[in-house]
Design a protein around this ligand. Structure first.
Ligand SMILES: Cc1cc2nc3c(=O)[nH]c(=O)nc-3n(C[C@H](O)[C@H](O)[C@H](O)COP(=O)(O)OP(=O)(O)OC[C@H]3O[C@@H](n4cnc5c(N)ncnc54)[C@H](O)[C@@H]3O)c2cc1C
Length: 467
């Protein structure tokens, strides 16, 4: 088994040996770029690996895995580095960093795209939109495609086209013993089931292949904001309005202080607001008709829900989740926006103090819920809404207060919790991972783990232990 390596320095010979075979780069604590490369998106995570292997391709990944195995090193695997709890970096040990692996190939006649593990969401969108297509993914373009896909992948077009994993057709994987396998419906189908929600538990995915869907380039999308003092009325209206809406419409309710951005009028910046952000994955004229009641409700203080390029909408949340801020998240699914849930939202939304703290309430359902629950390892297809309660600060200053607020908000929702999306977990222990998959799927995932990674070589993840 691996171990923390603070007390076990990497010997020069092993480092030189890896350096001599890697197409990419080997970085150790003495190197000038070490500080840059040990950083992850969440500024509250501060870890110092013994070695970072920036892999240039599959052969580099295999070499790094073999070295880690021979030397009994703790292994972290990093693609986009956006794990909320910092699972892609370790103290001591080796980081197998896939960030250099950026290849994307769009194949329009087959309506497929292949993407290497280091690709970020915005990079994939840019390539697919150049041909008028999109793969369902997430809502912040600097998130890694790999970690997001391996957990399931929820985002703006999921209600029309399903989760990211519902469009996944094949993966290339380097296993714990350094072997290279392909998994899809025909080959290694059990592994293919597991990687569609089971995270990095079974191996390192080096490349993904997806179905693409026709989209845009223009979509009707964007936020409508009201003062937080009107949250009660807005949420009651919203609940009734989305109940009958078509699958093309996806919405996220946002609670926060209006951010200091060029699109926000200066008098609104810093004011507590409630917003409904929409994205319509269909004809622009039809989208305008569908969002009209939202735009007409009450007296919005800002309405940016208009036709725009899908790529621009995808970037909308990027500045709200800058690299280096201190982030803490609590998450849960709820079945419905009941009166009680709305009361909790109203109460805690008015207590937000940090300019970078926010709540996102995701509307689920549509195509996500029409796939049979057993088809993929992702669990929770019948969730009504998913809460993402982000207690954030710009530095360590005040972080503890934000964390406390997020926990209190989440606790207040406890009577309504159903499941939880695995990619929105912090480091919350085995019971929460079990909740994320449900007991039956968790057991199936455990037996898959015994087959593909019996020593728990890949354990810096939302871990599904073999025993
Ligand atoms: C700002 C922000 C926005 C987000 N928005 C969304 C969203 O819209 N929809 C959504 O579904 N989720 C969203 N998430 C959650 C996101 O899906 C997870 O944080 C995801 O793990 C990030 O992937 P990554 O590659 O950037 O992460 P990393 O930190 O690199 O990795 C995360 C985990 O996956 C493992 N892993 C990474 N790459 C591989 C690989 N190639 N093979 C095997 N294991 C691997 C790592 O070891 C680690 O355990 C968001 C997160 C953030 C921080």
């Amino acid at each position: 088994m691996g171990r923390l390596m603070e007390d076990v320095p990497m010997d020069g010979e092993s480092i030189d040996q890896l350096r001599s075979v890697l197409r990419g780069e080997v970085i150790t604590p003495g190197d000038v770029t070490y500080e840059q490369h040990r950083k992850v998106w969440n500024g509250s995570i501060d870890r110092r690996p013994a070695l970072i292997a920036r892999c240039g391709g599959v052969s580099d990944v295999r070499a790094a895995v073999r070295l880690a195995r021979e030397r009994d090193l703790l292994v972290a695997v990093r693609s986009g580095g956006h794990s909320f709890p910092g699972l892609s970096i370790c103290d001591g040990g080796i980081v197998i960093d896939l960030g250099l692996m950026k290849g994307v190939r769009v194949d329009p006649p087959r309506q497929r795209v292949r993407a290497q593990a280091g690709v970020l969401l915005g990079e994939l969108d840019k390539e697919t939109q150049a041909f008028g297509y999109a793969v369902p993914s997430g809502i912040v373009t600097h998130t890694g495609l790999a970690g997001l896909t391996l957990g399931g992948g929820i985002g703006w077009i999921m209600r029309k086209y399903g989760l990211t994993v519902d469009s996944l057709t094949s993966v290339d994987v380097v296993t714990a013993d350094g072997e290279f396998v392909t998994a899809n419906e025909q080959e290694n189908a059990d592994l293919f089931w597991g990687v569609r929600g089971g995270g990095g538990n079974f191996g390192i995915v080096t490349e993904f292949e997806f179905w693409m869907h026709r989209l845009g380039p223009q979509v009707v999308a964007g936020p409508v904001f009201w003062p937080a003092t009107q949250a009660h009325e807005v949420l009651h209206f919203y609940r009734d309005w989305v109940r009958e809406c078509p699958d093309e419409l996806m919405t996220i309710v946002v609670q926060r202080k209006a951010p200091d951005l060029p699109v926000i009028p200066p008098e609104l910046v810093g004011q507590l607001i409630i917003g409904v952000v929409a994205c319509y994955s269909g004809e622009v004229a039809e989208g305008e008709r569908v969002v009209q009641p939202l735009k007409e409700f009450g007296s919005p203080v800002l309405d940016l829900c208009v036709p725009k390029p899908y790529l621009a909408h995808q970037r909308m949340f990027d500045p709200s989740f800058r690299h280096g801020n201190w982030y803490y998240v609590r998450s849960c699914d709820v079945a419905a926006l009941t009166d009680d849930v709305i009361e909790v939202m109203v109460e805690y939304g008015q207590q937000i103090t940090s300019p970078v703290t926010s709540v996102a309430l995701w509307q689920m359902g549509g195509a996500v819920a029409r796939v049979d629950e057993g088809t993929t390892a992702f669990h929770g297809r019948h969730a009504g809404f998913t809460f993402n309660i982000n207690g954030n600060s710009e530095t360590a200053d005040g972080f503890e207060d934000q964390r406390r607020w997020a926990r209190r908000y989440w606790d207040a929702l406890a009577p309504h919790h159903t499941s939880v999306y695995v990619n929105f977990l912090m480091d919350e222990g085995e019971e929460r991972v079990r909740q994320a998959y449900g007991v039956e799927k968790y057991d199936r995932l455990k037996s898959l783990k015994r087959k593909y990674d019996p020593t728990n070589f890949f354990r810096l993840n939302q871990n599904i232990g073999p025993t």
